[in-house]
Design a protein around this ligand. Structure first.
Ligand code: ADP
Ligand SMILES: O=C(O)[C@@H](O)C(=O)COP(=O)(O)O
Length: 420
């Protein structure tokens, strides 16, 4: 890389990383997403690098160490501002990792203040008086209370974040945000004087996020969902450009694998099946019993692939997931299913799949790591937060990493139409 980076981002999962990269590309930045911390300098000139980690549910010490490694690489590449990307539904456990990673990044950057802005209005995530809404309901009524790994039972982000950090958590509320960049900057100064270290920021619209951009230009670190990104590129003199996002032409066979158990993914699986497309459900209990479920799934898929996309999924509703977790344990069930889907993804690519949709953040992390992908180029948006990406190679692979709750009901069929 010959030019210095403008923005360096650290994402706590892989779907979240493509979500952020998508918003930066749409705002005019040249962006590369790396899988993990790159082992060497990048070949191309880019404005932003998004380092994708699989740290959302990792043990705290591991998440902190990996995030600091990413920070080190991004600073060495010259990044002028650091962006810690986590989920727009603030996915975390009582231990973290949003608080501990934010604390560690602040300490390493020598800064005593940052913001936490998960709002993503394009995907109906809004924050009002510190309360997070998903569509018309509070976070804890949105289905996220049943998430297999990070159940979210409290919609008040000040209460969620405070136990995760030693710093004081405060609020920049919607009245201040609505009053514009100067009012936001003044509130930041007041909060700093009061000893607040991390401020949750309300936002109910893209206009709110755009007003924040200039107010946060001088912060060494910002944290949030991908929505915050829409207001930042302008700080570096960058305007939106229709040129961003061109990928090589798509080739090869098409498939979908899904390990997400979110409400929306359940609806997308049902829609794909109702459309008459071939779909195979994976049973975690059979995986645990030692059956070679991946080999069985690949044998099922092989003769069908030539006729269009197939779906292989472990997606299940909250009751079924709870039953499996009671039998196998939460972490063991998650890891076992992720490993199986990752093996299936590799097997599909070996059988000629070159257009692959993966549903689920942790699931995407497992698949992309197993596929040995180092970097992704970001292309056209399928639905808000989900672009097609391209991993170069011989042959290359088009990938769409779909966050659990993102995408319309017909996403699994629609996605391939966007590439055609
Ligand atoms: N049927 C199932 N029973 C139990 N756990 C499951 C099942 N299917 C998937 N999982 C696990 O649930 C987790 C879903 O997380 P993730 O892939 O991040 O989806 P999302 O994007 O919806 O959060 C993964 O660890 C996955 O392996
Ligand atoms: O910010 C978001 O909502 C997404 O980018 C994201 O991180 C979603 O995570 P998963 O639902 O686990 O895919």
């Amino acid at each position: 890389m010959t030019q210095k980076l403008l923005l360096g981002a650290i994402a706590d999962d892989f779907t979240g990383a493509t979500d952020l990269a998508n918003n930066l590309v749409r705002a005019g930045m040249r962006v590369v997403q790396t899988i993990g911390v790159p082992s060497q300098p990048l070949a191309a000139d880019v404005d932003a690098v998004v380092v994708a980690l699989k740290s959302r549910t990792a043990p705290v010490a591991e998440a902190v160490a990996e995030s600091l490694q990413a920070l080190h690489w991004l600073r060495a590449a010259g990044a002028r501002q650091i962006y810690f990307k986590y989920c727009s539904t603030f996915d975390s456990t009582p231990e973290g990792n949003i608080g501990p990673v934010t604390d560690a990044l602040m300490q390493a950057l020598g800064t005593s203040f940052t913001v936490a802005t998960p709002a993503f209005p394009d995907n109906q995530r809004t924050v009002f008086k510190g309360y997070l809404f998903v569509g018309d309901v509070l976070l804890n009524e949105s289905g996220m209370q049943n998430h297999p790994l990070t159940p979210m039972a409290d919609p008040n982000l000040l209460r969620v974040l405070q136990p995760q950090t030693a710093r004081r958590v405060g609020l920049i509320d919607h009245r201040t945000v609505g009053a514009g960049a100067e009012a936001i900057a003044a509130r930041v100064a007041d909060l700093q004087a009061e000893g607040v270290g991390i401020a949750i920021v309300d936002a109910v619209s893209n206009e709110d996020l755009l007003r924040m951009g200039p107010a946060f230009a001088g912060l060494p670190l910002v944290t949030g969902g991908s929505g915050l990104a829409i207001g930042l590129p302008q700080n570096f003199g960058i305007q939106a450009s229709p040129q961003a996002g061109t990928l090589p032409p798509a080739q090869g066979l098409r498939a979908v694998v899904s390990g997400s158990c979110s409400r929306m993914t359940n609806a997308q699986v049902a829609h794909f099946i109702a459309g008459g497309r071939p779909a195979l459900a994976l049973d975690p209990v059979r995986i645990a019993a030692g059956e070679d479920v991946a080999a069985q799934a690949l044998a099922w898929a092989e003769p069908l692939l030539a006729d269009g996309p197939v779906l292989i999924y472990s997606t299940a509703d909250a009751g079924a997931v709870k039953g499996v977790q009671e039998q196998l344990g939460v972490e063991a069930a998650g890891a076992m299913v992720e490993r199986t889907i990752a093996r299936i993804a590799c097997g599909l690519v070996e059988r000629g799949v070159q257009q692959l949709v993966v549903a689920g953040g942790e699931t995407s992390g497992a698949c992309v790591q197993a596929l040995g992908i180092a970097q992704l180029q970001i292309g056209a948006q399928i639905d808000p937060g989900v672009p097609w990406c391209h991993a170069p190679g011989t042959p290359g692979l088009h990938l769409a990493l779909k966050s659990g709750n993102f995408g319309s009901e017909d996403f699994f069929s629609k996605a391939f139409g966007v590439l055609a």
